[in-house]
Write a protein that binds this ligand. Structure first.
Ligand code: PLP
Length: 393
């Protein structure tokens, strides 16, 4: 099919709830995408952070082929090996908790919120979340998402959510009460513009949760599975949450989400309280296992740290050349370039020149290369961005 033919199918048959670029992507390999018109694109935002190992990582593809030949799906009436193995691998790389599997980030957060309610006393029904957060699009998670633009058209939202400014300990303290069931924040806000939590902030959440019998939930849907150079971003901050949620990169491109909770809290999720038909299916879990093994076998945590440092250094050099860049921030391969004016045109021009990046929160360019990225690819990306910035200055 031509690009035009595919777009016509969408116009007729697919709900137009996304602002799509007029390109049809037909193939992905590592850090590159190919479109139906024969263009090759350097992808520095692969799959909106889903393709953390790059597109179609051979070890993930192989694991999927193998699993597909054995069993695609078995419902949670039974036990299945991939789900158990993935839970063990995740538990050992975090704080030793137990896992519930689902299919997306929003579902993982939804499970975390429900578990927090179940595990705490009945009068505790409030949740504290941070301004600029993004937690998903289901009713509970969009309510947790403390950005008015995502709420428009959906009022009234779920009751009980309290929004506080991010990284503001005093605001957190005054929002707390013994009615709070949980605090949920991202250790680095992704959609909110790559805003990194301070250690003091996360530690204050820990302390206030402990003092008030509340649960500390970290949304690691975007930050988790190695992107920051550690398995989970919280591991940079000398703090241990009660629950983490993950999704995006966990399946290397296959839909999967997970919530991990400390065993004592997880015990409250008894049969009948929560479930997911597809959650923990063999195919998705086999992909998750392959992702974790590939990260270890290929030393990709180290590569993420090293390439993250390198990319930040290169972008800092760009900042010297372009006044539109205000600052560069982030950890590992989760990098934001704060501009002094809107970034959408820049992102569009980069794509015309063969580079995919993203713009979030209006003025923040998001670089989230795959963990397999090389220096040469980062050089190429920064060169294209430099050229675009020079041309539009
Ligand atoms: C993407 C994202 C979500 C939502 O994940 P979905 O899979 O789209 O439901 C939740 N939290 C964070 C931090 C995210 O980046």
């Amino acid at each position: 099919m031509t690009t035009q033919e595919t777009i016509e199918l969408f116009d007729k048959y697919v709900i137009a709830n996304y602002g799509r670029l007029p390109r049809v992507i037909t193939k992905g390999e590592g850090c590159y995408l190919y479109d139906a018109d024969g263009n090759k694109i350097l992808d520095m935002f692969p799959g909106w952070a889903v393709s953390g190992l790059g597109h179609c990582h051979p070890k993930v593809v192989e694991a999927l082929r193998k699993q597909a030949g054995e069993l695609l799906h078995i419902d949670n009436t039974f036990y299945s090996e991939p789900q158990g193995v993935l839970a063990k691998l995740l538990s050992e790389r975090a704080f030793g908790g137990k896992c519930f599997f689902c299919n997306s980030g929003a579902e993982a957060n939804e499970a975390a919120l429900k578990l927090a309610r179940l595990h705490t006393a009945q009068e505790k029904y409030k949740f504290i979340t941070a301004e600029g957060s993004f937690h998903g699009r289901t009713f509970a998670t969009v309510t947790a998402t403390a950005q008015p633009k995502y709420h428009e058209g959906f009022l009234p939202l779920l009751p009980g959510f309290i929004y506080v400014p991010f990284n503001d300990i005093a605001a957190l303290e005054s929002a707390f009460s013994d009615e709070v069931a949980a605090v949920m924040v991202e250790p680095i806000q992704g959609e909110g513009g790559i805003n990194v939590a301070s250690s003091e902030y996360l530690q204050a959440i820990r302390r206030l949760c402990d003092e008030n019998g509340a649960i500390m939930i970290l949304d690691e849907v975007q930050t988790g599975i190695g992107r920051t150079g550690k398995w989970f971003a919280y591991q940079h901050f000398d703090v241990e949450p009660d629950i983490i949620t993950m999704a995006k990169a966990l399946g290397g491109g296959v839909a999967i989400g997970a919530m991990m909770a400390k065993a004592e809290i997880a015990a409250s999720l008894v049969p009948g309280k929560h479930a997911s038909t597809f959650g923990g299916n063999c195919l998705a879990c086999a992909a998750g296992v392959a992702v974790i093994e590939a990260i270890e076998e290929d030393n990709l945590l180290e590569n993420a740290s090293e390439m993250g440092r390198y990319a930040k250094e290169k972008l800092e050099q760009s900042k010297q050349k372009h006044h539109i860049i205000d600052n560069v921030r982030g950890i590992g391969l989760m990098i934001g370039v704060q501009l002094t004016s809107p970034g959408k045109d820049i992102v569009d021009k980069c794509l015309e020149n063969g580079l995919r990046i993203n713009c979030t929160s209006g003025t923040v360019l998001r670089f989230m290369p795959a963990m397999v990225a090389t220096k040469a690819q980062i050089d190429q990306a920064v060169e294209i961005l430099d050229a675009v910035l020079s041309a539009s200055a």
